[in-house]
Write a protein that binds this ligand. Structure first.
Ligand code: PMP
Ligand code: GLU
Length: 395
């Protein structure tokens, strides 16, 4: 019998981040002492003031379908957040709340991309971008960057990548996986190019906004001429340690928001009602409420950079945000370690899993074959032990 599955699904790759996390869990359940640094997930609990809001919502009998695009008062909280943190003015019709930023991204892809449309992805990019674009029958156009430009795309590179088929540009800042943050000047310089091509719609994924060690976050939508064609994606998973609550949202031109609302109306009927109520508490609270987590990530970043810096062949940028390091490990290509020849980043990541019992993610999943991603959303003790093991294997 020929394969009964659709071409669409047969051509889709499994999420490398989630696959590695599953593999690490499986090895752990077999009794192996695996340290999981593969998943981008805060190791904190959701703050109590958010949990309390969820408990209250249950007691207040929030149990019905919410409006498809989110509760009106949640949208107001999002509007205030965009104003407070990003200087952006949105109306309720421009906001859509979804089941995680992942769904926000999928909605936007479905709403905007026609078959064959090109979507520029500065690489490294977050693992799901290319698969979501392909699911919408778009064509991902990778623009490779390297550690020399702090893994950021230059305006010249953007200009060169644009063709008559370019429909969108997608990027994250702070970036998953490189931790790089585009400065206001760098965004303005990209906007200069984009202003020459008014048909290009931008997805600015700002889910790591608050995990920024220089406290200098800037939104593409705030750049001159960009508001009317930028979709600002955000969510509560990362900064509020709420990955499992599954709430993301967009601020977008109204016609895009409307289209996303229509998609959700047919596919999910909207996000979980209790999680939406909890998100109001999260967004209305001062950002200082979550500073203890950001400070910890900052300390861990410094620790990880110091410890990895002691290992030869680990070429590191200094990430200004998110909770990942993305070392260029191409120095090891062609070398044989523990009887295993390292030909690429995937071999290297597997070596670390099998010989150091440390789970990381190959850079190939993020469009960069020279690097691996290490998440430092883990305890100091785990990070120290993991890097000690990596050092031993590599020496
Ligand atoms: N964008 C980026 C850059 C991410 O790292 C993640 C992490 N999962 C997401 C979007 C999706 O987040 P969520 O669906 O948990 O809101
Ligand atoms: N965004 C996180 C990561 O990159 C969570 C896993 C996922 O959603 O892919 O690891």
């Amino acid at each position: 019998m020929s394969n009964p599955l659709s071409e669409r699904i047969l051509q889709m790759s499994t999420s490398a981040t989630l696959a590695m996390a599953a593999k690490a869990r499986e090895l752990k359940s077999e009794g192996k002492d695996i340290i999981g640094l593969s998943l981008g997930e805060p190791d904190f609990n959701t703050p109590d003031f958010i949990k309390e809001a969820a408990k209250e919502a249950i007691d207040q009998n929030y149990n019905s379908y919410s409006p498809v695009d989110g509760y009106a008062d949640l949208k107001q909280a999002i509007i205030k957040k965009f104003k407070r943190d990003n200087g952006l003015d949105y109306q309720p019709g421009q906001i859509v709340v979804s089941t995680g930023a992942k769904q926000s991204l999928a909605n936007v892809a479905m709403a905007v991309i026609n078959p064959g449309d090109e979507v520029i992805l500065p690489a490294p990019y977050w693992v799901s971008y290319s698969e979501i674009v392909k699911l919408a029958e778009g064509v991902p156009v990778e623009v490779p960057t390297s550690i020399d430009t702090d893994f950021k795309m230059t305006p010249e590179q953007l200009e060169k990548a644009i063709t008559p088929k370019t429909k969108m540009l997608w990027y994250s800042s702070p970036c998953n996986p490189s931790g790089s943050v585009y400065s206001k000047e760098e965004l303005e310089a990209l906007a200069v190019v984009l202003r020459k091509h008014p048909g290009i719609i931008v997805v600015s994924d700002e889910i790591y906004e608050h995990i920024n060690f220089k406290n200098a976050h800037h939104s593409m939508a705030a750049c001159e001429g960009m508001y009317d064609r930028t979709v600002t994606v955000n969510g509560v998973s990362k900064a509020f340690a709420m990955t499992g609550w599954r709430i993301g949202y967009i601020g977008a031109p109204e016609y895009i928001a409307k289209a996303c609302n229509k998609i959700q109306g047919q596919i999910t009927s909207g996000a979980n009602c209790i999680a939406q109520r909890a998100t109001i508490a999260a967004l209305e609270a001062p950002v200082s409420n979550i500073k203890y987590m950001i400070d910890k990530f900052h300390e861990r970043r410094d620790l990880v950079l110091k410890l990895l810096g002691e290992i030869p062949g680990m070429n590191l940028n200094v990430p200004e945000g998110a909770f990942y390091v993305f070392p260029d490990i191409s120095y090891y290509f062609g070398k044989t370690i523990k009887g295993k020849t390292i030909n690429n980043a995937t071999d290297f990541s597997l070596l670390l899993l099998e010989e150091a019992l440390v789970a990381t993610v190959t850079g190939e999943a993020f469009g960069n074959p020279n690097c691996i991603r290490i998440s430092y959303a883990a305890s100091e003790a785990e990070l120290q032990e993991a890097i000690k093991r990596i050092k031993e294997v590599l020496s």
